[in-house]
Write a new protein. Sequence first.
Lengths: 811, 256
Amino acid sequence: MNAATRLSPEQLHPRCDPAQFAFATTADLDDLTETLGQDRARAAIDFGLGIARDGYNLYVLGPPGAGKQTLLRQKLSQQTAATSTPPDWCYVHHFGAPHEPRVLRLPPGRGTQLRDDMRRLVDDLLAAIPAAFDSDEYRAHREQIEAEFGERQQKAFSELAETAGTQEIALLRTPTGFTLAPVRKGEVISPEDFAALSEEERKKISDTIEALQGRLEQLMRDGLKWRKEQRERIRQLNREVGQYAVGSLMGDLRERYAELPDVIAYFEAVERDLVENIDDFRHGGEAQAAIPGLGDGQAPKFRRYEVNLLLERAAADGAPVVFEDHPTYQNLVGRVEHMPQLGALVTDFTLIKAGALHRANGGYLLLDARKLLMQPYAWEGLKRALITRKIRIDSLGQIYSLVSTISLEPEPIPLDVKIVLFGERIWYYLLSAYDPDFGELFRVAVDFEDEIPRTADNQQLFARLVATIARRNALLPFDRGGVARVIEQRARDVEDSERLSTHMQRLVDLLTEADFLARRAGAAAVGAEHVGAALTAQRERAGRLPARVRQSILRGTVLIDSSGEKVGQINGLSVYALGDQAFAKPTRITANVRVGDGEVMDVQREVQLGGPIHSKGVLILASFLATRFSSNRPHSLRASLVFEQTYGEVEGDSASAAELAVLLSSLARAPIRQAMAITGSVNQYGEMQAIGAVNEKIEGFFDICKERGLTGEHAVLIPESNVKNLMLREDVVQAVSENKFQVHAVRTIDAAMALLTGLPAGEPDGLGEFPADSVNGRAAAQLRAFATIRQTYAAAALPRKLTRGAKKRNA
Amino acid sequence: MTAAGPSGFSRVVLAVGAPMPRPAAVTAAVDLAAAVGAALEGLFVESAELLRVSALPEAHETSPLTGARRRLAMDDLERAFRIEAAHLERLLAAQAAQTSVAWSFTITRGELSTLALACDAELIVVEATRRATALARPVRVEGPLMALFDGTASARRGLAATTRLARRTGRAFIVLVPAGNTSTSRSARSAVEAWLAAEDGEAILVPLHLGRAEVLATARARRCALLMLPEPLASTWSPDVALLADATPCPLVIAR
């Protein structure tokens, strides 16, 4: 290729030839079972899912819609089918420390069984225990104990009363106790008679009463002791009766769970508690009836025998695959809920709820990295669970001391899970850089390709991918032309005629819209025209802002010339990226030159509206100018560069070729053709370098020119290295075919200047001098003139400086 | 005196000596009055004996709850009597209202036995806890009604009243008759059977040596809800009916 090449229509949009496909429509093709072009990701997934070691969790990198989840789910469905079902986990009451519920691990399916068995046990006890205590045998035993106590007490009182009687003292009951009083002939002595007694007799009575009083008080103390003994004996009797009723039922349970020692230990604790609290069952459920405001109405005392089965699993389920779409901290690690009870919030182990980690334990948990990182404490909570290999349920309220309600500290559950995080690359790199735990916990990076080579084989596979999506989404089949058009758009999506985008969501969107249009047109298959119409419709829907920008140019608000010639003025091309769309428009760049000390003033940078890469480009072109034209003399240029009518930050170096061209034009006084625009960056040697969004930039200038009327003079100059990125719109290609528009690939700034000015750029001779009529020659002459002027002024200023120095010395 | 109703009963007295009358005694008296169609008179007797004790110098009482000894003052005692009486009256009013029994209530001071037996009534329910031995009385009396029949007119009246009470309350009814095969025992049994047949009543006849100890032990063993005794026999057993009521494990009714 020459230093400047006018590109053919074929180079502007390398076609996908429908004739390469052997099928009539995609209905003839088999489904594509593998994800297209993701061999690296596939291998990483196989490794990450296969290795069963700590820290080998997966982070799946790639843009949204790249098909990451689809591939993961495919792999997981193969993986889980061969994996055993994880155990059941149950929370049960801890009888020794109710605020620390115990956890039980059971084989899959046995948790449900245990829960049902415990419910049945309570029901059975509610029937069996009242029956046991209502029996004649129990009543006889109890009455025997009560009678024994009564007789013992009565005998003691009788003996005291008898002893008192022999000493003419009566033991009497008062409304609030007992009293001892002297009697005569069976009657309490009257105060008068008592007063008539001698001092000695009164003292004797007083002494006697005092002595009896001591025995009475002892009797009272004994009474309390006997009552305690009586209560203990009744309690013991109750225990024995209860033990018998409970023991027979618990015995059956023990046999059923004999191979599970933890469950057997739990049964022993249950049995002890049942026997200790047998009275709860004696009156059946009546005393436990629901009280308004007491929550779910279940008898509170019996809740402690419940089994809180966190998850119900069947033995044939296999390893779980859980996708948590809302990964809050509590949705991950579970929560302890509360319920209102008489105005207060209370809780117990039955209100422990499983989180995603519980559900995925023994299997796989899929999480969106961005959502996870946005939830307070969720990332830390996940890391802590992975590091400790335990699921510990703490409420955020408790962690931050925001809630003072009494809560629980459930026993942690051992964790065995493989985490798969999905996210964009930026999250992966940020986490790698700033979180020291990340590398330890997520050792497997699954990096999805954004694009694949546009080889003949891959185009065939792509056709099968279209067939698969069409079938799965119940779309019309695509004919060969339709598939070819889709493939061309996939190249355009990645701005590379030699590669194809792997972005699945955008592909599905295009196929769906093309299907819609084809159906509306009554077509049996989706053709190229439907795909093209869909693309046009998509562009039109997103076209409000580009249209407004175009209008501002066409109405003369934004000054852009597309005809004529001007010195120091050129059409650069700026691209605007808004969300997922990008469009470009021409931007006028102007330059002024005068005598100076070699500085190129970038106005954008001076007012802090130039980004660093833009500034770098300006510095490079300044270096190029100085090197090319002033290697053996002072570089006596002062130039200013302006992006006219830009009011925001200018970034990027894709305009540096335009800036250099306009500076050369200004220096050489060489007018630039305003029917042309240029994009590309330059290096210090004047070589053109590739830039991004080349298609949008060409189309942005084309649209303006088209609106004003294409003359055949209109052209865009691009770096030669950008030719492979060309996948231009159909109307642009058509205009080029009809010689109404041109696209030139240039290798150097000199080639660009020749096209822009119509003058030869000029090659240096052996002495480094450029031909006088060339752009470079005129520029060099101007710089020499500037240098001469500068030297003249510098010489004139020197005597004055010397004179001032002599005066100082004389003084 | 109130005119006797069709059943021959005009008045039932509930004689209560402090402290702490059992609700079962009040229930028995109300049910009895309702069963025989008689008026009910509540008689609360403030113990003259205790008041006399409180007038003695250095009179003390010991609380079974705290074991503490404190001065037994007359003022405190009278206040306690008033509380007990008010409590009894409320209990009586509430239960009588449920059965539409005509009732009255009197507070008097004296000796319970004397005052109870001085009442002009066919049936006297005696509730007393004079002596400390009453401490061990069983609280629950859920068993049958029990009447002692010795052939006397009082016993017949007691049998008649208890039969009606059994019918009203649906409780089982036990009639204690003299044991043995003497003419007395045979005629007593025949009389009871004849009465029951005439009244279409049902009862279990239990032959027993009708001594105080045996009768009270049987009432205790059977967890009787009420014991009906003819007055002559009760007087034989104990001239002080309050002491007898003290020893009885259930409400005691004297039939006259």
